[in-house]
Ligand binder design. Structure first.
Ligand code: MG
Length: 251
């Protein structure tokens, strides 16, 4: 069941969103070749805690860290490690959640590490742009099929594929609430989001096939089936009468 938020809920969600967004920005500023993904996770965790919040992901379903950090062909849910080092030319997706005042904020970006190939940069830019295209559709009554179709058709122009096995979600007092928000769909179909709905829209876009594999070893790490690159952008949005507001934007 979808949970509609009151104005006072939204004020609290803005706070959670700002902290998540700030932690993500801090991660982006800290990224450099040679850094371990565990070090990057510590940047995220210390930002969140120093702002009085707690990392939403730590312990969620047993996840052992504060951020999901996913390099190159890793789509999502990469586990930070001292053994995994960022290197020049990588692209790294960082997904961050913050919990404060009873609500969560959830946001992700894919960052280039140093200088990356034009192909990698295009994937990052198209993934971000697909989220911004979806943002333009948001308003009272927007249909999930329209959001999904918008993202899918946008990235398909570049030969890319949205991941189908993982999707965006409602968000609020729980990190994952109804409804599921797929990055694919049929225009004019699907549930309508009313004013007061809060959703995390998060295109996970693969350079090649949409097929993904979940690691048998750690049960978390999701990689592209063909080994090609993947990028991930996410914001938490509040649906208002005439538009959607990004709750996880900083600046
Ligand atoms: Mg999410």
């Amino acid at each position: 069941m979808m949970i509609i938020k009151s104005d006072s809920d939204i004020r609290l969600m803005r706070k959670a969103g700002e902290i998540a967004g700030g932690a993500l920005r801090a991660a982006g500023e800290a990224i450099r070749p040679g850094m371990s993904t565990k070090e990057l996770d510590r940047v995220v965790e210390s930002y969140i805690r120093s702002h009085g919040a707690r990392p939403s992901f730590k312990g969620y379903g047993g996840f052992p860290a504060s951020a999901c950090i996913s390099i190159n062909n890793v789509v999502i849910h990469g586990i930070p490690s001292d053994q995994i080092l960022l290197k020049e030319g990588d692209i790294v997706s960082v997904d961050v959640g913050a919990y404060i005042g009873g609500f969560h904020g959830d946001t992700a970006n894919t960052f280039p590490v140093g200088k990356v190939s034009p192909e990698a940069m295009q994937l990052i830019e198209v993934t971000r742009a697909s989220l911004m295209e979806a943002h333009k559709l948001l308003k009272n009554g927007v249909r999930l099929g329209d959001i999904g179709h918008c993202i899918e058709s946008y990235v398909q122009q570049y030969g890319y594929s949205p991941v189908k096995d993982f999707v965006g979600h409602g968000i609020g007092r729980a990190l994952h609430e109804d409804p599921n928000v797929p990055n694919f769909g049929r225009a004019g179909h699907g549930l309508r989001l009313p004013k007061g709905a809060t959703v995390a829209i998060e295109p996970m876009i693969n350079e090649g096939t949409d097929r993904v594999i979940v690691s048998n070893e750690d049960g978390w790490t999701v990689t592209t089936a063909d080994g090609k690159l993947s990028a991930h952008y996410e914001h938490t949005f509040y649906i208002d009468e005439t538009c959607g507001h990004i709750l996880t934007l900083v600046d």
